[in-house]
Write a protein that binds this ligand. Structure first.
Ligand code: ARG
Length: 562
C-alpha cells in the first residue's frame, strides 16, 4: 500500500472538492526528521482558496484526521504531520509481500500494451564497445521494468550488419584472410582485417575500388559475396552471444539493418507519393526546415540507401508487426539528431504512432575524461572487464567461503553483478568515468554489497530452522520501521523508474534497502526466541523478496550463499 496515496485520499475526502486526490498527493512531503512524522501536508495552497491562515487549517485538519493507520496527527505551523502506526503498517506491508512474493510491486498500467525496445545493436565484425555495454544493460533493465508495469516487451537487436564496410571486409578477407583464425576468434580477426584494410589502403590505391566492387556484388545479390557476408555475420553473432549469455540478456529479434534491404523501396515510394522528397546535390532528402532540423538523407547520389532510410523502414515494419503502444531506442546521445529526423519524417508521413517513439540517450563512458574510441585503442574490451570481475569474485570466495558449493556459478553472478550495477547506479544521462578498480569494488554502493545482503538474509532464514508464518505483530523499532517504509515504497519507485526510463532509481533503492537491512541486523537480535521472532523473520523474508526482485529488474542474479 502506498501511504502517501492513502493520506492524499483522506485529505481529499475531508475537504469536499477543495483539492483533488492527485493535487493533495503532489503537495504531500516526506519530512527530513523523524520527529516531524512520516508524512507532512503543507497548508499554504489551501490557505489561498479557503482564506484562512495555513496554521489554522493545519490545526483543524489535525483534529479531524483520525485513522487506525495513523498513530498521531499533529499540526506544526503550516504543516499537518502524520505519524503512521508502526505496528499496523508493518503488519500490512510485510503480509502483503509474503503473500505476493516476487509479484509484489507488479503494476498494471501497461496491461495489454506492447512496448518495443531497440537496444544493444552492435556492429558486426567490430568490437562491442562500452557504449554498446551501456545500451545493453540499460535497455535490458528498462525492458524488465516495463514488464513489471504490465507491458509486453519486445527486445530488438538492430544489428549493424550492412554497409560499405562489408565490401572492404570481404576484399581484405580475400587478400589476407584465414578461415580457421576467424572461426577461433571472429570479432578480433575480422576487426584486424578491417584495420589492415585501412592501413594498406593508404598506399595501395587498388584496395578501395576492390572494396567498392565487393559491396556492389553484395548489394546485387552475388552468391559468393552473400555467403561470406552471412558467414561473418554468423561468426560475429556467436561472439556477441557469449557476452549476452554472460550478462544474462536475451532478444526477441536480431533483425538488423540488412533485414530492411527489401523494405526501403516502400518507404521511398510513400515519400514520393506524398511529395516529401526533394533533391539536394544529387541526393534525395526530406526537408525538415519547419522543425529547424537539417534535411534527412534518404538516398545518396550513388543510389545507395542510408542508415535513416533503414530506420524508417524498421519503424514501419515494427508497427505493422507489433502494433506497439511505445517504441524506445536506447542509443547514445550522439545519435540524437538522427532520431529527431527519423521521428519527424514519420510524422510527416502521417503516422500518428510516431508520437510514441522515444530516443533514450545515455551518458558516455569516459577514460581519463575522454571518450573511449574503438579506433584509438582506448576501448577496454568489455569481455576483459567482465572476466576480471569474475576472477576477483573467485578470489574473494576462496578467501572468505572456500567450502562454497557451485563456486564458479556464484563467481560469475557476483562478477557480472558488479559490472552491471556499476553502470546502472549512475543516472542514465550522466557520463561515467570508466574505472576497472571501482567496477571491481564489492563494498559500498555496489552490486555485490546488495547481493551479499540478500545472501545474509537467506542465511538468517536458514538458521532460524522454522517456517515463517504470515501472522505479524510488533515491529516498532526505528530500525525495522526504516525497512518497512522502504518496502512500502517499492511500487512507487518502479513507477518512477519507468516514468524516467531510468534504472538508476532502482539501483539507488536497493542500496538504501540493503543499508537499512544491515543496520537492522546490527541493532537487532533477530533469532532470539520471543513472541516477536516470527515477525522479525517475516520482515527479513520480505526484505529478501524485494532485494531479489529489485536486482532482477536490473538484470542481476542473487546467489543464496556467497
Ligand atoms: N549500430 C548502431 C551503432 O552501433 C546503433 C543502432 C541503433 N539502433 C537503430 N535503430 N538505429 O551505432
Amino acid at each position: 500500500m502506498n501511504y502517501k496515496v492513502y493520506f492524499a485520499k483522506r485529505i481529499a475526502d475531508s475537504l469536499d472538492e477543495q483539492l483533488t486526490e492527485q493535487q493533495a498527493y503532489e503537495l504531500i512531503e516526506t519530512p527530513k526528521y523523524a520527529s516531524h512524522g512520516d508524512l507532512a501536508f503543507p497548508c499554504f495552497t489551501l490557505a489561498k482558496t479557503l482564506r484562512k491562515s495555513p496554521a489554522l487549517i493545519a490545526e483543524e485538519f489535525a483534529v479531524k484526521m483520525n485513522d487506525p493507520l495513523f498513530e498521531k496527527v499533529e499540526a506544526k505551523g503550516a504543516y499537518v504531520n502524520v505519524f503512521l502506526d508502526k505496528a499496523a503498517v508493518s503488519k500490512q506491508v510485510v503480509e502483503a509481500i509474503l503473500q505476493q512474493g516476487s509479484h509484489y510491486g507488479d503494476l498494471s498500467f501497461g496491461k495489454e500494451q506492447t512496448i518495443v525496445l531497440d537496444f544493444s545493436s552492435p556492429n558486426i565484425a567490430k568490437p562491442f564497445s562500452m557504449g554498446h555495454l551501456r545500451s545493453t544493460v540499460i535497455g535490458s533493465a528498462i525492458a524488465n521494468i516495463a514488464e513489471k508495469c504490465g507491458y509486453k516487451a519486445v527486445r530488438i537487436n538492430h544489428l549493424g550488419d550492412w554497409g560499405t564496410q562489408f565490401g572492404k571486409l570481404i576484399a581484405a578477407y580475400k587478400r589476407w584472410g584465414d578461415e580457421s583464425k576467424i572461426k577461433e576468434n571472429p570479432i578480433k580477426e575480422l576487426f584486424s582485417l578491417y584495420v589492415k584494410f585501412h592501413e594498406e589502403a593508404e598506399t595501395d590505391k587498388q584496395l578501395e575500388s576492390e572494396g567498392r566492387a565487393w559491396f556492389k556484388k553484395l548489394e546485387d545479390g552475388n552468391e559468393e559475396a552473400h555467403r561470406i557476408w552471412k558467414w561473418f555475420r554468423d561468426e560475429s553473432l556467436k561472439d556477441f552471444s557469449r557476452i549476452y549469455e554472460l550478462l544474462g540478456v536475451s532478444f526477441d529479434s536480431y533483425n538488423g539493418e540488412a533485414f530492411y534491404n527489401d523494405k526501403m523501396e516502400h518507404i521511398v515510394h510513400l515519400l514520393e507519393e506524398q511529395n516529401l522528397l526533394s533533391e539536394s546535390d544529387g541526393a534525395m532528402v526530406v526537408r525538415l526546415d519547419e522543425k529547424e532540423l537539417p534535411p534527412c538523407l534518404i538516398k545518396k547520389s550513388d543510389g545507395a540507401t542510408l542508415y535513416a532510410t533503414r530506420d524508417l523502414a524498421a519503424a514501419v515494419y515494427r508497427y505493422e508487426t507489433y502494433q506497439f503502444a511505445k517504441a524506445l531506442y536506447v542509443v547514445g546521445r550522439e545519435q540524437s539528431l538522427h532520431f529527431q529526423q527519423v521521428f519527424s519524417v514519420l510524422e510527416k508521413l502521417g503516422f500518428d504512432w510516431a508520437k510514441t517513439m522515444v530516443h533514450v540517450p545515455f551518458g558516455l563512458m569516459l577514460k581519463d575524461g575522454k571518450k573511449m574510441s574503438t579506433r584509438k585503442g582506448r576501448v577496454i574490451l568489455l569481455e576483459d572487464a567482465l572476466k576480471e570481475a569474475i576472477a576477483l569474485a573467485k578470489q574473494n570466495i576462496a578467501a572468505k567461503n572456500p567450502g562454497l558449493e557451485n563456486k564458479e556459478e556464484v563467481a560469475r553472478q557476483v562478477g557480472v553483478g558488479a559490472v552491471i550495477f556499476y553502470d546502472l547506479k549512475h543516472e542514465r544521462t550522466n557520463n561515467i568515468e570508466f574505472s576497472l578498480e571501482d567496477m571491481l569494488k564489492f563494498e559500498g554502493e555496489t552490486g555485490p554489497y546488495v547481493q551479499y545482503t540478500y545472501a545474509r538474509s537467506c542465511s538468517i532464514l536458514r538458521n532460524a530452522q522454522t517456517a515463517v508464518t504470515n501472522t505479524i505483530h510488533g515491529l516498532t523499532t526505528e530500525e525495522s520501521w526504516k525497512i518497512v517504509k522502504l518496502l512500502a515504497s517499492f511500487p512507487s519507485v518502479i513507477e518512477k523508474a519507468y516514468e524516467h526510463l531510468d534504472p538508476s532509481l532502482i539501483a539507488k533503492y536497493v542500496i538504501d534497502l540493503a543499508q537499512a537491512f544491515n543496520s537492522y541486523y546490527a541493532h537487532t537480535k533477530i533469532l532470539v526466541k520471543d513472541e516477536e521472532l516470527n515477525s522479525r523473520l517475516a520482515l527479513v523474508q520480505a526484505a529478501a523478496i524485494v532485494l531479489k526482485e529489485g536486482l532482477r529488474l536490473l538484470g542481476i542474479e542473487t546467489p543464496e550463499q556467497m
